[in-house]
Design a protein around this ligand. Sequence first.
Ligand SMILES: O=C(O)c1ccccc1N[C@@H]1O[C@H](COP(=O)(O)O)[C@@H](O)[C@H]1O
Length: 213
Amino acid sequence: MNHIGRQKRTRIKFCGLTRAEDIERAVMLGADALGFVMWPKSARAITYDQLVALSSAVPAFVTRVGLFVDQPAELINACLPHLDLIQFHGNESAAFCAQFDRPWVKALRMRDDIDLHQAATQYHGAQALLLDAYRPGVPGGTGEVFDWSRIPADLAKPVILAGGLTAANIASAVDQVTPYAVDVSGGIEGTFGCKDAEKMAMFANQVALADAR
Ligand SMILES: O=C(O)c1ccccc1N[C@@H]1O[C@H](COP(=O)(O)O)[C@@H](O)[C@H]1O
């Protein structure tokens, strides 16, 4: 607790929402952002029509995030009325990301040779850098953890930590990295695309416990 009586609060994004009931539960648990996977090759992908329906179930002050992987600008623009923020999870250039009328975050996969300081400069227009595990040929959502000690403490951009987060490891992750936000998909699922109410609750509780330390 600091001198103005407030504790730090790590923002939570739940990603890969496909069902209205999961959205309702996530909002009840205090999720700050909800992610909709618009990349059709994902097992968690939703269609445009599903996005329209699901995004309308998200109340005010909860951020609706659209996740895209190297997809056409026309498709992204068509989705914008139903989104508050864009998550670029492919090899998009900074200029590509910046062309849309929405704030955006850039996902980076933690390949051995990645230079995060250089990436922070390259993507200076991003609201944050989302750091995810690297597996060749898979853009994300692998459920794999990377070595959090590789994240520099003095990165010029806020960090959204992702990759294999679960209720079992999230408190250590928050303690070690003190990210701006955490992003989880597989770690709160029962089956692909269907979130598990208990796992969502345990994850949110563990973040709150770590924040209170
Ligand atoms: O969830 C997906 O299917 C997905 C597909 C393509 C790119 C990213 C994807 N998900 C994002 O990956 C990270 C980590 O997910 P996980 O918690 O390890 O399952 C997260 O940002 C998801 O939004």
